[in-house]
Write a new protein. Structure first.
Length: 94
């Protein structure tokens, strides 16, 4: 088993080190924009953009529209959907 070395948060995206911003990806299975979704979106909006880049992802689950993606994009956040037909699809794990 490999070892993961984590950088101190103060060093990620620090102007002092010239490092690129770290990426925070919130992946949530969601049918609507409720409390947890609103909290994730607000967290993404409040991150220090000089140090962090927030991305929101969810599962399509056969839907044409996914409200949490629409809400993320409305706030100017990058967002993506993993195409699945069901809430859990082993094909999504490839």
């Amino acid at each position: 088993m490999g070892t993961t070395i984590l950088e101190p948060a103060a060093e990620i995206g620090s102007p002092r080190t010239g490092r690129a911003p770290g990426i925070v990806c919130h992946l949530i299975a969601s049918n609507f924009v409720g409390g947890p979704e609103k909290q994730i979106l607000e967290h993404c909006r409040r991150l220090d953009a000089g140090r962090w880049r927030a991305v929101v992802g969810t599962f399509r689950e056969g839907r044409d529209a996914v409200p949490v993606l629409d809400a993320a994009r409305k706030h100017g956040l990058p967002a993506f959907a993993i195409d699945t037909r069901l809430p859990w699809s082993p094909d999504a794990a490839r």
